[in-house]
Structure formats: C-alpha cells, structure tokens
Design a protein around this ligand. Structure first.
Ligand SMILES: *Cc1c(COP(=O)(O)O)cnc(C)c1O
Length: 418
C-alpha cells in the first residue's frame, strides 16, 4: 500500500496558505533515501552520488543533497548556473550532456566540472571550446539489446547516446595524446528499472569494458559512473528496489572483475534522479468539477502542464483521495486536467473511493520529472513547490507563476498593461 507523508489536517492547513495545485516534497524522505544509497555503496572508497538536476531543479532541494555529501549532474548551461550559485565547483559537478553547445562546454570547463563526453566528435569540439582536462569521462554505448536474464530491458542500439566500442578505444587514445591522464567510463542503458539486478548487470558490463579498454589502450581508468536509472514503485504492486542488495551485488561484480584486473580499484559514481526525489514528492490538487457523460470524470485544478508523465508516457501515478484512505475503492473515474487535449488525464478508469467536488487528491511520486517537465500550454501557469521540513514546518521553495511571468518574454507594454 502506498502511503502519504502527511495527513488531511496538515494538508488542509497548507492549502489555506498556498492555493492548489502545488508539488510538496518530504525533506525526511529525501535525506533518508540518500543515506541509504550511500550506506549501500560505502564499501567503495570515494563513492559519490551526483543528483541528476533535471529530475527536480530546485535549489533548496539540491542544497539539502549537497549537505548530505552529493554532487550534481548537469547537462545544460542553466543547470550549471544553478550548480555554481550553490557553490559547486570541480568534482562537485558531473557534466553529462549531449548535443552540447560550445558555450556549455566552456562554462563546464570554467567551473572545472567533470566532463562526461557523449561523442567521439566532441573531443575536437571540446579541445576548441574550453580545452581537454586531465580527468575526463566518456559515455559508452554497447549497442544491441540490454538484457537481464534474457529479458530485454532496453535497446542501446537505438539510443542516441554514447561512444561505440570502437570509438571508445580510439577516443581514449586520442584523449591521451591530447593530454588527458585519468578516465571514467559511464553508461545509462535503461530507465526506471525497479529490477534489483539492473545496477549489478550494468556494473558488470562497465567493469568488463573498463578492463578491456585499459588493456587495449593503456588508459588509466579510475572511475565508473553507473549513471541514473534505478526506478521507483509507481504502482503499489511494483518492486521497491532493494538498495542493500544492489550495493552488495555491485560489490560482487567488482570483486570478480576489477579486483583481479590490472586496474585493481576504481571509484564508483552514480547520477540518480528519480530514486532521490521521485517518491518524496506529491502533486496536490483540488477537485473542481465532476462531469458525468459516457464516463464519470473528475476535473481537478492541476493538469498535464504540472505533471506530464501520464500524458506523454501513459505513466501510472497512484492517486490518494486525502482523508478517504480507508474507504473502499468502489467508484471508477477518469481524473482529468483542463488542457484542451484529450490526453490530459492523470488516471483512466481508476478505482477510487467516492469523490466529491472540493476533495483534495494527492497524485503520488511526482518528485522527479514532475514539476521539472512543466510547461505553459494553454496558458497554464507553473505551480508552486513546497517543502515539508523535517521539523514539521512547511516552506515555500518556489512561488507559483503569475500571468506576468507568462507574458515576461515579449514586450507588448504599448498594447496591454499586465
Ligand atoms: C536522466 C539522466 C539521469 C537520471 O536518470 P533517473 O532515471 O532520473 O535516475 C542521469 N544521468 C543522465 C545522463 C541522464 O540523462
């Protein structure tokens, strides 16, 4: 059963002060999740998680992560600005970008961030735009299918990311000839993996690749970046990844492959996003209307502009009718937002308790790729973001947009006064 990190009294009070819709995050949950990850990988000296900023780019949350000893994983100019504003420098920042503009590379080099190159052609491009650093990572794409126990988990051959095997060999040689001295190997082969064997399998592929690349090129590979991809149980029946098992299985692969190799030891890095914030955010929305036609529709004040995963991926997000947690789910509803798009549905044919206009719905697991993917279609405004602090208080960590924000990028002050 999925549970909220707040009760009805708490959220009613919050709603009096901050109008719905909003995303609210749980400080305690985020901090505990990070500590659990770090504990599972404590066997690897120098292990560090770089939070994938794109998952939830809120400086208040990222500050908490930095306090917990994380770094940040950035992939754009503004994400680098966010990192710099929080005091990140050097190996606090992993820059894992693709289709990278020149000014982004220059900025990453100015901050002395760890550059994780996506493509062979970027070697010359980086040399011209910021220069080749002494320590550099490359992103590896093994091609083919990525399988765990014969089940296909992803198709790297269709993914736009990374160097092929041949390119990795040539790339390391070229980087060494240009002055690079130590290397990291990165790969991201499947997303939202709730299967406990994803990271161990990925780690094994990367460890074996690192050993082989070292043999072929002599490159001093000191780091392996397992990237993101650990999933969360969006559905109540989904597996909740077992971090302790995952950490222990990655260690097993390490002991088998790295320890006896010429490399001897490597430092592990991760770039988790969804695991860190996903389960610890909730989109809170109020029921505006009930419409009964061929189906029973519950219309809420949030829409796909606040959380687009259901609309674009058909993703499941669990919904709790706040205060009715123990009532039978004996009604069937479509829960919809107000976009003029028929895919603007948070749930289709969902069994829920009887819902009344004015009820508060909690759309669960909105903490990653939720607010962050927001947009302004139909003139909808981005919501606020709140933090339920460990001491029980509530903090506004981003205000809601106003029409002025929506109109800020063009100047028609001679026509309309906003
Ligand atoms: C998206 C992304 C991540 C984070 O992925 P999650 O699925 O949120 O863990 C990490 N690294 C890179 C390069 C990414 O693009």
């Amino acid at each position: 059963m999925k549970k909220l990190f707040f009760n009805k009294d708490y959220i009613e009070k919050v709603c009096e002060k901050y109008p719905t819709p909003f995303h609210i995050y749980d400080e305690k949950g985020i901090r505990e999740g990070i500590r659990r990850l770090q504990k599972a990988f404590a066997w690897n000296e120098g292990f560090k998680e770089y939070f994938a900023v794109k998952a939830c780019p809120n400086p208040f949350l990222i500050k908490m992560m930095l306090e917990e000893g994380c770094g940040v994983d950035c992939s754009s100019y503004t994400e680098l600005m966010l990192a710099e504003s929080l005091g990140c420098r050097g190996d606090d920042i992993m820059f894992s970008s693709n289709v990278t503009p020149a000014e982004d590379f220059q900025y990453a080099r100015k901050l002395d961030a760890i550059v994780n190159l996506d493509d062979f052609s970027h070697i010359d491009f980086l040399a011209k735009n910021g220069g080749i650093p002494e320590t550099i990572f490359i992103r590896y794409n093994p091609g083919g299918d990525f399988k765990i126990d014969n089940a296909i988990m992803g198709r790297p051959a269709d993914a736009k990311y990374g160097f092929t095997h041949e390119q990795a060999i040539e790339g390391l040689k070229k980087l060494m000839s240009m002055g690079a001295k130590t290397f990291g190997i990165h790969a991201f082969l499947a997303s939202n993996m709730t299967n406990n064997d994803y990271y161990p399998k990925l780690a094994k592929v990367l460890f074996e690749t690192a050993v082989e690349l070292n043999k072929q090129t002599g490159a001093d590979i000191k780091f392996i970046n397992l990237s993101g991809g650990i999933g969360i149980p969006y559905k109540p029946e989904d597996n909740n990844p077992d971090l302790e098992y995952i950490g222990a299985q990655v260690k097993k692969a390490y002991d088998e492959v790295i320890v006896p190799s010429a490399l001897g030891s490597v430092t592990l890095k991760t770039e988790l996003g969804r695991y860190i914030t996903g389960p610890h955010g909730v989109l809170v929305t109020r029921v505006l209307h009930e419409k009964i036609t061929y189906k029973d529709y519950i219309g809420v004040d949030a829409c796909a502009a606040n959380l687009m995963r259901p609309a674009i991926y058909g993703a499941y997000h669990h919904i709790i009718v706040v205060g009715k947690e123990n009532e039978p789910c004996d009604h069937v509803y479509d829960v919809t937002g107000g976009l003029c798009e028929n895919n603007d549905k948070f749930a289709i044919d969902r069994n829920l308790p009887e819902i009344k206009v004015g009820d508060i719905l909690a759309i669960m697991d909105s903490g990653a790729h939720g607010y962050a993917m927001g947009y302004n279609y139909n003139g909808k405004l981005r919501s606020s973001e709140l933090l339920k602090c460990e001491d029980g208080t509530t903090k506004l960590i981003r205000r809601a947009e106003t029409p002025k924000d929506y109109f800020a990028t063009f100047d028609f002050s001679d026509i309309i006064k906003v």
